[in-house]
Design a protein around this ligand. Structure first.
Ligand SMILES: [Ca+2]
Length: 444
């Protein structure tokens, strides 16, 4: 009997051991999800304003969106720790980036007069009644005299109405505000602080439908983890391809998908475009191809340069010879309407190399969902000795199995008339400097 009772007890204990942690984990998760988006915005605004004050940020126009540059709130990890600039609109970018709205331009960020349309595209609700503001609302003030109809200042509301339309706010609109000189209302030397709203324009409020975007991609960290890092490396397989604008399995054994899940725009705003990229190599050179999602690709007549045309790019560091502090050798590959690839090389020995590569573009006309660019870049265009000042000398690189050749693939989407770059996609933690290229090597 005793043995049977013991067995029963043992079974109950085992069941309890299995069940109890599951219950407590679930409870914790539910608690985190209960936080509203407005509360989350305020929580991030608190962290960001404390960080900017403690790390001596000053007022100015950041050339790199602080969301990317300081997303981790870590001075040592920031890409450009020399520039500690923030401003009213960059605070919004920064806080919303950390909240999960990471589809933002890498350079500069969204400026104040671009933000209302952006927030509308994210399903934020427009609020026009100043007395109804809530914590987490993005509040715009009138108005920029140089841009009629556009807001001139923006901050984050941090309280309910305290009476007489007085509110607390998070605001990076001046050195005084960044240093929290005014921050005596709640806690000395800290945001949020009380300041009159002046000429209220309107506000944008995150709501439930806002959750359709990145915010909804919840993970174990409550859904707001900042993870810009991707673990990616390329083994470029040995093999020859026929440059005909058709991508075939026998030509390219491996491909890499670039899309919203693993890429960010370094310029412009877009989450809609993606590309499948392909590489291989043989003794004649590097084969590079991509199928790029774009319903209205732009193209240019022959030999007018690359700027303002949809294109495919590849940065290369042959043999990883180029110093980490420098940019790689870049190839930009646009197309003409009749399917010829226009090619230019830049950073070193800059020139149009259209006649030195082989290239074909297909479906580069309106009406298709995607277009293809396929090229062979001969090794002679990659291995060369440049200026006497030693800017780059890659002649030590020998293309062979195991040779390192880090790369930066990039896809640029321009407006249909080629007037503006909408978006340029690159893998998330990659950048122009070869230190931030994708590790790659030639394989057999
Ligand atoms: Ca082919």
């Amino acid at each position: 009997m005793a043995l049977r009772r013991f067995k029963r007890l043992l079974i109950i204990m085992v069941i309890l051991t299995l069940i109890v942690p599951t219950i407590s984990c679930k409870k914790e998760k539910e608690n985190k999800v209960k936080q509203t988006l407005g509360e989350k915005i305020c929580e991030e605004a608190q962290k960001v304003t404390d960080f900017a004050r403690d790390n001596d940020f000053v007022y100015g126009h950041a050339s790199i969106n602080p969301g990317y540059n300081w997303g981790e709130l870590d001075v040592d990890k920031a890409l450009n720790s020399g520039e500690r600039l923030t401003s009213c609109d960059r605070l919004i970018d920064w806080v919303l980036y950390r909240t999960g709205f990471t589809d933002q331009p890498y350079n500069n960020g969204l400026v104040v007069f671009q933000q209302p349309a952006w927030l509308e595209s994210l399903n934020f609700e427009k609020i026009t009644d100043i007395s109804a503001l809530q914590p987490g609302d993005i509040v715009f003030m009138k108005h920029d005299p140089t841009r009629p109809g556009m807001p001139g200042h923006v901050f984050i509301c941090a309280s309910e109405n305290l009476g007489g339309n007085v509110y607390l706010r998070y605001d990076h609109g001046s050195n005084e505000r960044i240093k929290c000189v005014k921050g005596t209302e709640v806690k000395k030397g800290q945001q949020p602080f009380k300041e009159g709203i002046g000429e209220f324009y309107y506000a944008y409020r995150p709501n439930d439908s806002t959750l359709d975007v990145d915010y909804a991609d919840k993970d174990s960290n409550g859904g707001f983890a900042i993870n810009n890092e991707i673990d990616i490396s390329f083994d470029i397989p040995y093999g020859s391809a026929k440059i005909d604008g058709k991508i075939e399995e026998k030509e390219y054994k491996l491909s890499y998908k670039m899309d919203k899940s693993n890429c960010i725009p370094w310029s412009g705003i877009s989450g809609l475009y993606g590309a499948e990229i392909y590489m291989s190599w043989d003794e004649s050179g590097l084969y590079y191809a991509a199928e790029i999602e774009d319903k209205s690709p732009s193209y240019k007549p022959e030999n007018v340069g690359w700027v303002g045309v949809d294109c495919l790019q590849l940065g290369v560091n042959p043999g990883n010879i180029i110093n980490n502090s420098k940019q790689g050798i870049f190839f930009t590959l646009g197309a003409t309407s009749d399917g010829k690839v226009i090619a230019s090389r830049h950073n070193y020995n800059e020139e149009m190399i259209t006649d030195k590569i082989q290239g074909v573009a297909t479906d580069h006309t309106k009406g298709k969902n995607s277009y293809i660019i396929e090229v062979l870049i001969p090794w002679e265009e990659i291995i060369f000795k440049t200026n006497k000042d030693g800017t780059v000398d890659t002649t030590a690189f020998k293309p062979k199995k195991g040779a390192k050749i880090n790369v930066l693939p990039c896809v640029i989407d321009c407006k249909e008339d080629g007037s503006t770059v909408n978006c340029a996609y690159k893998f998330k933690n990659t950048d122009f400097y070869v230190a931030n290229f994708v590790p790659a090597k030639l394989s057999k």
